[in-house]
Design a protein around this ligand. Structure first.
Ligand SMILES: [Zn+2]
Length: 151
């Protein structure tokens, strides 16, 4: 489990929705996940009364696999293994591994989109960002030219 300050109330109608470290969350018991057999923490928002699992809105929510298995799948995929190779190594169903990876991709896209929306840039900052990208491209071209001369 993350630290309690890293969670936020998932109730969109709550005034603390989306805000971390507001001191509105308390631990509210545990439950055993039927699929994985692992104990999970329940949290409660003291403002709106919403109860939710520590895995709410995460890759681990509603999964038939344990957190450890999901972590192993993600490590194998991140190391460049295919879905089939990952399933074979971990002795899992190829379809289920594929479902976990698809769920992870959707979750990552959602997180990235959410994070990009929370960045409030001004025109000047966008101009600086564009200059940085252009300079990086120039440096990359110079580096590849130098590399091709050496080989
Ligand atoms: Zn709330």
């Amino acid at each position: 489990m993350l630290k309690i300050k890293d969670y936020f109330c998932p109730n969109v109608k709550c005034k603390h929705y989306g805000f971390r470290d507001m001191n509105n969350l308390v631990k509210a018991g545990t439950y055993t996940c039927k699929a994985s057999g692992e104990n999970r923490q329940m949290l409660k928002c003291s403002v709106c009364g919403q109860r939710f699992s520590e895995t709410h809105s995460s890759l681990f929510a509603g999964s038939h696999y344990s957190d450890k298995t999901i972590n192993s799948i993600m490590v194998c995929i991140a190391d460049g293994n295919s879905i089939r190779a990952t399933a074979k190594m971990l002795k899992l169903s190829k379809d289920r591994v594929n479902n976990i990876v698809v769920k992870a991709v959707i979750h990552a896209e959602t997180m990235l989109s959410s994070l990009l929306h929370s960045i409030h840039l001004k025109d000047c900052q966008l101009d600086e960002l564009w200059s940085f990208v252009n300079n990086t491209k120039k440096l990359t071209k110079k580096a590849s030219k130098l590399h091709s001369k050496k080989t």
